[in-house]
Design a protein around this ligand. Sequence first.
Ligand SMILES: CNc1ncnc2c1ncn2[C@@H]1O[C@H](COP(=O)(O)O)[C@@H](O)[C@H]1O
Ligand SMILES: [Zn+2]
Length: 379
Amino acid sequence: MEKCTNLAEMKEWCRAIPKIELHAHLNGCIRDSTLLELAKLLGEKGVIIFADVEHVIRKCGRSLTECFQLFDLFHILATDHETISRITKEVVEDFAAEEVVYLELRTTPKNNEAKGMTKRSYMKAVINGLRSVDTVDASFINLNGKTESFCEPMQKSCTTCMEKKKIYVRLLLSIDRRETTAAAMETVCLALEMREFGVVGIDLSGNPVVGEWNTFLPALKYAKEQGLPVTLHCGEVSNKMEIQAMLNFSPDRIGHACFLDEDDWEKARLSQIPVEICLTSNLRTQRLSSIHVHHFANLYNANHPLVLCTDDTGLFSTSLSNEYYLAAETFGLDKKDMLQLGANAIEFVFADSEVKKAIREIFRAFERRLADEFPSWKS
Ligand SMILES: CNc1ncnc2c1ncn2[C@@H]1O[C@H](COP(=O)(O)O)[C@@H](O)[C@H]1O
Ligand SMILES: [Zn+2]
C-alpha cells in the first residue's frame, strides 16, 4: 500500500467523502459542551459535585474500566426524556456535518422509575429527538418499506431542503450486558414493535467483563427468528469460550473483534461476517502497543468485509472523518481506497434495499462530480 504524501489533503478528503457510520452509541457520542452544561445544572441542584465531574469529563486517555465508570456518570447526566431528545438531535447533526450520509445509531432503552421512564418512553424520546432535527434533513421513518423524511430529499422543489445535508438515520436497540434475560427480551420485543420508526436491529454491548453470553442468548435467538438483524460486541476482551459461542450464533455483524484467535478468524472468514472496526476506541481501551499492530491491516489485506466506525465520538474525542484519516495515515491507503472502503459498507447496513439503493446513488453522484471536476480521477 502506497503512503499518501500529503497528509493535510488526506485529512480534508476523509472529511469530504460520503461516509457510513454503523457503530455509534448514543450516550457515548454526547458533545463535551453538552455534558458540561448538564453537569453544571445538576451541580447547581446539588445532585452532583460539578468540580469532580468536570475533571472526569475533561480527562483524556481512559482505560476500559474508566470508560464504563464514565458511562454511569453520563447516564446520571442524561436521564430525563428532554435531555435524551436533545442529545439525539445533536448527535445526528454532528454526524451529518461531517458528511455521514447513513447513520445506524445504537442506544440502550432504559427504565428509570424516578423519572417516570420506561424503555418505551425512552425510545419515544429518541424518536422525538430525530423529529426535532432541523439543521440537516434526517430521514428515519420506514413506512411500508418506503423511506420517509420530513422534507423528502429529497424534494426538488424545496430549496431549504435542497441546501441542507441529507442523512439517513436508522436505530439499533442495545442490550446491556448487565441486563437479565427478561430485560433483554423486553428490548427485542420493543425493537420489533418499533420497526416502523426505523429500528433495524439489535446490539449486544456493555462492559465486556460483565455478564454471561447464555443470559442474552434467548433474546438474541428470538430477534433472529423474527428476522431482526443482530450485531454483537465480540472479543473486545479475551474470552475464548464466548467468542466461539458468538461466532457459532452467526450474527449479522460483529464489533471490535480484537481478541480472535486464528481458528476464530477462520470461522469469521468462512462466513464473511462484516467487522465494525473502531480504531481509536481499541487504541484507548486495549492498550495496544501501537496502532500498527491493529487487526485492521490483516482484514483489509485479506479483503474481509469491514467498516470503519467511531464507537463513542464523545468519550474518545473522535469523529468518523478522524477514524478514516487514522486508517489512511497508519496503513498507507490512498484517496480511492478510502472512498471505496466507505462505499463497501453499503452492503453491511441493516436498512432495506430501498435505502441501500439511495445511498449507492449518493456515492455515485459524488464520484460523478469528481470525474467532472478532475477528469484524471477515473484512471
Ligand atoms: C468502549 N467500548 C464499548 N464496549 C461495550 N459497550 C459499549 C462501549 N461503548 C459504549 N458501550 C455501551 O453503550 C452505552 C452508552 O450508550 P447508550 O446508553 O446505549 O446510548 C454504554 O453504557 C455501554 O453499554
Ligand atoms: Zn461499541
